[in-house]
Design a protein around this ligand. Structure first.
Ligand SMILES: *[C@@H]1O[C@H](CO)[C@@H](O)[C@H](O)[C@H]1NC(C)=O
Ligand SMILES: *[C@@H]1O[C@H](CO)[C@@H](O)[C@H](O)[C@H]1NC(C)=O
Length: 479
């Protein structure tokens, strides 16, 4: 089956070799030279990864949200519940968007036309990433793959392990190394991965593998810009490895939280900091349990501050400037998981001083009680999705990962099916108020109805463009 897929997919290659699920294209030296030059020219993708530009992935953008209006949206032609999206879009230098779904990878033009679709080697619930002309991803069958962004044709497929977790991961690439998770963890919880691996982006060949103390869930590799990679495990433990060799540089277990679980991850700051938002003690992200935000020195992994949060943290930090303070901010979004069989789930958006962890402001959203105690769109879409042969429910965390725009507005999707635009202190709010405006603790937010919940990688930005995918629909906003 793998062999057949490899053979079918390698149409433009001059020769191919498929062995044990691994495909290598053998191309002439001059062709490779031209390829290399072409790739250099496209190294500046505006949103190549779920958390933004690599290296850094601060979860922010210089684009100004309020300058943009809804331009188009995309869902499955038979109806929005006939497919399920994984994570959200990445955006290339030509403003094409790439979105993983239960029915394969979808490439869309800046105006919303489907350019090509790609059947992944095994079901996939991970967001893809861009590296040069490649769209890179991994599947639940433990395969990694590379597709040409222009043609949608396979460049290589590598079998990494017998399987990989069904969680929604955000594998990432930098300096010709694609960092991925594989080998599903089956202890206490099924999902996540035991192994983190570095692959060559041009061939899929494995360079190294690393076994974390605890499984990685929704693995999100972060690149400081040198030859290293950093990430978080599901208890909040953080790691920094050599990007090219997988050698451990440091590793910091989560203080007093070895038995906790979070499906969130870490973020980097421009200040030699790495931030995590996860759960405290034995918290597994449920209502009434505690979360924790931590700031570490990136250079040695030492804990600089810790903030115990009254709600669990199942999300990612965003780092940038918000209104209400000149200091660098880290924004975290505490909130408990969906599907707990109970109403009244609390969620908030907190802007903290990035150097100290002290409050800049807090916005507390109205407690959410979903239909069937599920996220918006999950209960409503389950039967249609079942019939369509895709995963029946999205079961997202409380919030998507937030991003901070060029004017300090925080954007974040919530499981109530709303995009929260949190503007900061009321005194500095220049916009007009209407029925969608909420003020809490002196902080102004506007809610935009997008009907369904979204996963962590929902949001993306490029020059003159914002994009957001819910679990069923991609919305694109343009200038
Ligand atoms: C499973 O749970 C036990 C008991 O809480 C704990 O000691 C162990 O570390 C857990 N394993 C994983 C992989 O989290
Ligand atoms: C691995 O890579 C790191 C980062 O470039 C480097 O500092 C380290 O010396 C390398 N280790 C080995 C054993 O090559």
């Amino acid at each position: 089956m793998n062999l057949l897929r490899c053979m079918l997919a390698l149409v433009p290659a001059t020769a191919y070799l498929c062995n044990d699920g691994t495909c290598h294209t053998e191309l002439s030296a001059s062709f490779l030279q031209v390829e290399k030059q072409r790739r250099k020219a496209v190294s500046e993708h505006p949103w190549p990864h779920a958390r933004g530009k690599a290296p850094h992935q601060f979860g922010n953008t210089q684009e100004v949200w309020t300058d943009h209006k809804l331009s188009w949206s995309y869902h499955h032609p038979d109806g929005r519940f006939h497919n399920i999206m994984a994570g959200g879009p990445v955006i290339d230098v030509d403003k094409n968007l790439y979105l993983m779904s239960g029915k394969g990878l979808i490439a869309l033009s800046p105006s919303g036309d489907v350019r090509w679709t790609y059947e992944t080697p095994g079901p996939c619930n991970n967001e893809v990433t861009l590296h040069g002309d490649l769209v890179l991803g991994t599947t639940k069958e433990g395969n990694a793959f590379a597709v040409d962004r222009h043609t949608g044709k396979t460049q290589w497929v590598t079998k990494l392990a017998k399987d990989a977790g069904g969680d929604c991961g955000y594998p990432a690439a930098f300096k010709d190394v694609f960092v991925v998770g594989a080998q599903q963890a089956k202890e206490n919880l099924t999902g996540g991965n035991w192994l983190v691996m570095g692959l060559k982006t041009d061939s899929g060949e494995k360079l190294w593998e690393y076994e974390a103390d605890k499984p990685v869930w929704n693995l999100t590799p972060l690149f400081p810009g040198d030859d290293t990679v950093a990430f978080m495990d599901f208890s909040g433990g953080i790691y920094r490895l050599g990007l090219k060799n997988g050698t451990e540089i440091w590793r910091t277990p989560a203080r007093e939280s070895h038995d906790s679980f979070s499906d969130g991850g870490a973020g980097l700051g421009p200040n030699d900091f790495m931030y995590s938002c996860s759960n405290f003690r034995d918290s597994t992200g449920q209502e009434g349990q505690q979360g924790v935000a931590r700031g570490y020195k990136l250079s040695d992994g030492s804990l600089q501050w810790e903030r115990i949060l009254s709600s669990p943290c199942n999300s990612y930090p965003a780092v940038g400037h918000v209104k209400g303070s000149d200091a660098l901010a880290v924004v975290v979004t505490p909130g408990s998981f969906m599907g707990q069989g109970r109403p009244g789930l609390h969620g908030s958006v907190l802007a903290l001083d990035a150097a100290t962890g002290k409050d800049i402001w807090e916005f507390h959203a109205k407690p959410f009680s979903g239909l069937g105690f599920q996220a918006a769109g999950d209960f409503e879409g389950a039967l249609t999705r079942h019939a369509a042969g895709v995963q029946e429910m999205c079961i997202p965390a409380h919030w998507s990962a937030p991003i901070i725009d060029g004017q300090g507005t925080v954007l974040v999707g919530r499981s109530d099916g709303k995009l929260y635009q949190v503007f900061g202190p009321e005194a500095q709010f220049g916009g007009s108020k209407d029925h969608a405006t909420k003020v809490n603790s002196g902080v102004v937010a506007k809610l935009l109805d997008v009907k369904s919940a979204s996963l962590h990688g929902a949001l993306a930005a490029a020059p003159g463009m914002f994009a957001m995918s819910t679990c069923d629909t991609l919305f694109v906003f343009q200038k």
